[in-house]
Every structure is written in C-alpha cells, then in structure tokens.
Design a protein around this ligand. Structure first.
Ligand code: ZN
Length: 174
C-alpha cells in the first residue's frame, strides 16, 4: 500500500473538470477549475468566468475581437440551459458589446448560435454564442490581414485589453 497511490496522483492533470465535462472539449478545458487560473486563462484566452458562463477569445477569429460566450457545463441544446445560465449569457453579451464599442470602437455586432453540425457548429456538444464586432467597410479589410503571426499578436494584446476590468459576479468560486 505504499507508493502506488502517490505516483497515480502525481500524474493527474492539475485541472478539476466539472461533472459531465468532455475532457477533449476546449470549452470544458477553459471552464475547468485550474491550479493556476491566471496562467491557464491566458493560455486558454479566457477573458471572464463565473459559476455559470465563460467568455473567451476565439483562437481562429472571423474578425478582430471575435468572442465566444458559453455555459460552463458541456451541453449542446438551448433547452438544456437553466434560466440562470440563459440570463448570465445574455447579460454578458450585452456587457461585452459595450466594452468592445469602447475598446475597439466597434460600430455594430453579429451575435449568433450554431446549433448542430449541419448548422456550422464546430463543437456541437457544447453550446456557445459567437460575438463578432463589425465596422463600416470591414468586409474589405479582412482579406488584407490574413497573416497568422499578426493575428496571434493581436490576440494577446486583445486578451489584455478585454481582461482589464471584466470580472463576473461570483468570480473565484470554489
Ligand atoms: Zn464542453
């Protein structure tokens, strides 16, 4: 009884997933409790989290400032969300439109939900809203900034900017 259990513990991931989480799902990984939240949130591009929802930058954005808002639970249907989760997500989307209007001078937004793979959901098992800021004439702008390096640089800067002052009520819960 000596040694075996200890070595098993040592190889465990430092994250503690929510019940029902899919360990391969990037939204579940972002929503998991982290040993070092500051480091993990930067790596996962998480801007805000509370006990119900998380917000993160899309790693493969359609546009600068493309955010994802998701319930922390791994659920794929709108009908599976609690009233509290619906409310938290809608409040957060509203807050983020204001924040990005100020920070990025966004002039409009597209907010959308892809339900099911046939509708374009990349991760159909874990519901998430896309929040895409828009600017006058941005259709012409996008093709000129296709460099991966440029986009990854701006993701980091954007994470810093959006993270500032964006805290959810009930943050740092167990
Ligand atoms: Zn998930």
């Amino acid at each position: 009884m000596t040694g075996g259990d200890d070595s098993a513990k040592a190889s465990e991931t430092p994250e503690s997933f929510l019940p029902g989480a899919d360990h391969a799902c990037f939204l579940c990984r972002a929503a998991a409790s982290q040993a070092d939240p500051a480091v993990a949130d930067r790596a996962n591009l998480v801007i805000a989290r509370d006990e119900r929802v998380i917000t993160l930058l899309n790693r493969y954005p359609y546009a600068n400032g493309h955010l994802l808002v998701a319930p922390r639970r791994h659920v794929g249907g709108l009908h599976e969300l609690s009233s509290g989760e619906h409310l938290a997500a809608m409040h957060l989307l509203g807050y983020l439109t204001q924040k990005m209007s100020k920070l990025l001078k966004a002039e409009g937004f597209n907010i959308g939900l892809n339900l099911g793979r046939v509708a374009g959901a990349g991760v159909p098992g874990h519901l998430h809203w896309h929040l895409v800021p828009r600017w006058q004439g941005d259709n012409n702008f996008m093709p000129t900034v296709a460099g991966t390096h440029v986009i990854s640089q701006s993701l980091e800067a954007l994470w810093e900017g959006l993270r500032q002052g964006t805290t959810c009520e009930g943050d740092h819960g167990p």
